[in-house]
Ligand binder design. Structure first.
Ligand SMILES: C[S@@+](CC[C@H](N)C(=O)[O-])C[C@H]1O[C@@H](n2cnc3c(N)ncnc32)[C@H](O)[C@@H]1O
Length: 383
């Protein structure tokens, strides 16, 4: 697809210079690797290359002046739903704490801590694991008023947490591998360079990559059709295993856009789910302005659930964001009557099926605790 980007807002000179520097680094990496890198490597560098990657560099990212809007940026509704969902579980624990992975601007942490101030959990501590130094700095400023209650972690240590781990839109930011089925074989789609431009190029899959696609086909119970293209996230299972291992006892609440494997790898979704966000335009060219746009893929919730179960967690709930938010807010202390018009518009964005309500799912994983009431339709049988 050729993108008609001439009418789109253009980056400023500093942004263009930063993007050019990142592109040069990626080109050097491609050359050092013999002319080709897997897409996961490109995505890793485009998002996280120190100082230059999208999440590591200085672009605005969130909100009206950024590239996309996440639920925590749309008021405190998500925080209220989380507090309502986790409070009964917090009561079961001796000295619980909250841990957020990938906290973005710190908006969700701020709203949760503000709401807990009205409850028995006003002294609860909140730790954040945020790989982006730029976002960490923003979080420190945003959360300064909570003092020592907020800390930052460099990693999740095994059995270190009794409490709740929260991750909103983090799994979709993990680099993915792109693959294609051609003549019954699996090919891996990667990135090469031609006349100074990044281009897609396919190569034969190696044993681990063939095994990953075979595994998907086994889960689906059938081979993917010829010509089919999609992606899988090899980092998803290790990521959720780290979460499971870190919890001695407690919950993990994972919220993201995604689908069960059967829908994710539906024959009609034959170009995958990779999507880029630049100044509130969604498109499918990951090579545009490296470092200045988000690159993301939907989450395979069946894969997430299977990895979590193997790591010793129970899939305690799985439903749509719309169903979960609506029921949790009705159970919570949130004031839903006389709601201001601008807040109502944000709530609609979060819950309506055509907006974020159906696309986004909530998965609750538990360890050593009774399953909390998630609300919404119980969709675990579709996983
Ligand atoms: C799309 S943003 C979502 C931010 C925030 N949770 C929100 O909803 O506004 C993705 C976030 O995940 C972080 N991230 C990426 N990989 C991560 C990882 N492996 N562990 C923890 N956070 C990660 C990014 O730095 C960023 O803060």
């Amino acid at each position: 697809m050729t993108l008609q980007t001439a009418q789109w807002p253009q980056p400023d000179p500093a942004g263009l210079a930063s993007s050019a520097a990142l592109s040069a680094r990626i080109v050097a990496c491609i050359e050092a690797a013999g002319g080709w890198i897997p897409f996961s490597k490109f995505m890793q560098m485009a998002l996280y290359e120190p100082g230059l990657g999208y999440y590591a560099g200085g672009s605005q990212k969130f909100g009206a002046d950024g590239d996309f809007v996440t639920a925590p940026e749309l008021g405190s509704f998500m925080a209220a739903a989380i507090v309502a969902t986790i409070t009964p579980s917090l009561r079961e624990l001796v000295s619980p704490k909250l841990v957020e992975l990938g906290a973005g601007t710190g908006a969700l942490a701020f709203a949760i801590l503000a709401q807990l101030a009205e409850t028995d959990f006003k002294h609860l501590t909140y730790a954040i694991l945020e790989p982006s130094p730029e976002l960490r700095a923003r979080q420190r400023t945003k959360l300064a008023q909570f003092g020592d209650r907020v800390t930052w972690l460099d990693s999740l240590e095994p059995a270190s947490i009794e409490g709740v781990i929260i991750a909103n839109e983090v799994a979709d930011a993990l680099p993915v591998e792109r693959f294609a089925k051609r003549d019954g074989r699996s090919l891996i789609q990667g990135v090469a360079c031609d006349a100074g431009q990044f281009i897609w190029r396919e190569r034969q899959a190696e044993a681990t990559e063939i095994a990953a696609v075979d595994d998907l086909e086994q889960q689906l119970g059938e081979a993917l059709p010829d010509g089919y293209e999609s992606e899988y996230c090899a980092l998803l299972a290790p990521w959720v295993t780290t979460v499971a291992d870190a919890l001695r006892r407690g919950l993990a609440l994972l919220i993201d856009y995604g689908l069960p494997a059967r829908e994710y790898y539906h024959p009609q979704r034959n170009r995958g789910t990779l999507i880029c966000h630049y100044r509130h335009r969604a498109h499918n060219d990951p090579f545009m302005f490296p470092g200045l746009q988000d690159i993301t893929a939907w989450v395979n919730f069946s894969g997430l659930a299977a990895a979590a179960s193997s790591a010793g967690m129970t899939v305690a709930g799985y439903t749509t964001q719309g169903g979960w938010l609506t029921e949790s807010l009705l159970r919570s202390d949130a004031q839903l009557t006389n709601i201001a018009v601008e807040h109502l518009a944000k709530l609609k964005t979060l819950v309506l099926p055509g907006e974020m309500g159906e696309r986004f799912k909530v998965m609750c994983l538990s360890k050593g605790l009774p399953a909390p009431l998630l609300g919404g339709r119980d969709m675990r049988k579709w996983l």
